[in-house]
Design a protein around this ligand. Structure first.
Ligand code: PAF
Length: 283
């Protein structure tokens, strides 16, 4: 595995691979890798002839009061995980090169960026879309892999790729959970033991919502939400930021559920904000 920091070198390497007719798999990450990332890397390894992963804590997707400064950066551990799982190139661009003085071009996927997390993190998806588009220009992937835990992010990226005719296939991969049900996240490392125990209830709440939806052919959004909220409110130390039932492709709110639905939540355990979702397919 080689480590590339220069943007120009990364792009030159990708152009060389393209000329050789190789398929390029790409797993963009902000590091602090866990088994969720490993599942993306393993799938990308199987699907492609060369594999690039990136480590870049992207400042433009953090709000002013968010955790950019304390975001975990265990570089040597991440490097080992990538090497052990068959990554060929680990791309670690420098912030000054990604966002040089005068940087002034943004990609905004308007409607999909507004609901759910977007309502509380107004510039977050603009930062994500912009950095992912930049990384795509540098790595020139045939396929890029994203986890469904960040379902809204996945939808934003799919829309961007479609709208800008970017020649890359976006592959969405299932959420990886601990045995307890807690979805894996780099931010789980912030949790105390008690918070981790409480956080397990997020998935239980989503499962409760799923059960209500699956038990009836018609159910109101209020009934679904109530089923999940009961579970979350019983758990000590959790604070709901949002709990929404939306149509999975548009992310528009549903007032009643008759077909497919996404139940998505953002919940605080102490100061740590955790997100999770369940996708329910009825049709
Ligand atoms: O999901 C993430 O880790 C980040 O949002 C991404 C896609 C690497 C962009 O910074």
């Amino acid at each position: 595995m080689i480590i590339v920091r220069s943007l120009q070198k990364m792009q030159a390497l990708a152009i060389k691979w393209q000329k050789q007719g190789r398929s390029i798999g790409f797993v963009p990450t902000m590091g602090s890798l866990h088994q969720g990332h490993v599942s993306l890397i393993k799938k990308a390894r199987r699907d492609n002839s060369v594999l690039a992963a990136s480590l870049f804590v992207n400042p433009s997707q953090f709000g002013p009061k968010e955790d950019l400064a304390q975001y975990p950066r265990p570089f040597f551990r991440d490097k080992r995980i990538c090497r052990e799982n068959g990554v060929d190139v680990l791309f670690c661009p420098r912030e000054q090169e990604m966002y040089p003085k005068g940087f002034n071009t943004w990609i905004s996927v308007d409607d999909l960026s507004k609901p759910l997390c977007g309502a509380f993190r107004p510039k977050h998806f603009r930062g994500v879309a912009t950095v992912v588009a930049k990384l795509f220009q540098l790595v020139l992937p045939t396929r890029a892999y994203f986890g469904q835990k960040d379902f809204q992010q996945l939808r934003v990226i799919e829309r961007m790729v479609q709208d800008l005719h970017l020649p890359v296939k976006i592959v969405g991969c299932p959420i990886v959970r601990e045995q307890s049900g807690l979805a894996l996240s780099s931010r789980n490392s912030y949790l105390t033991r008690a918070q981790r125990l409480a956080a397990v209830n997020i998935y239980s709440a989503l499962r409760a919502a799923e059960e209500v939806i699956k038990s009836k052919s018609y159910v109101s959004e209020r009934e679904v939400r109530r089923a999940a909220e009961v579970v979350l409110r019983k758990a000590r130390g959790l604070r709901i930021q949002y709990l929404s039932v939306v149509e999975p492709s548009t992310l528009k709110p549903l007032t009643r559920v008759t077909g497919n639905a996404l139940v998505a939540a953002a919940v605080f355990a102490g100061k740590t904000r955790l997100i999770d979702n369940v996708l329910i397919r009825k049709s």
